[in-house]
Write a protein that binds this ligand. Structure first.
Ligand code: FES
Length: 79
């Protein structure tokens, strides 16, 4: 049985990201969280993919409660 997605930490991960494709780990089991490392394979969870047009700081949700995944929307402050 696959472990369901859960909270990695109560607050977000903030990272400077390069332009291009990024895959946010939705199964929360990646060794490279918040980035997908393929660990989800065999489960019914798939990563959320985004494309950044330019380098920027990304605030990734790590509490699993955001209504705007893969991005933090501040929901973690109410859990
Ligand atoms: S870390 Fe999930 S809403 Fe902020």
């Amino acid at each position: 049985m696959t472990k369901p997605p859960g909270r990695v930490q109560k607050g977000p991960f903030v990272d400077s990201c390069e332009p291009g494709k990024h895959a946010w780990c939705a199964c929360t089991r990646s060794a490279t969280y918040p980035y997908c490392d393929g660990t989800h394979r065999g489960s019914d969870v798939t990563p959320i993919k985004i494309v950044l047009e330019k380098a920027c700081t990304v605030v990734w949700c790590a509490c699993a409660c955001s209504n705007n995944k893969p991005f933090c929307d501040g929901t973690h402050s109410r859990i």
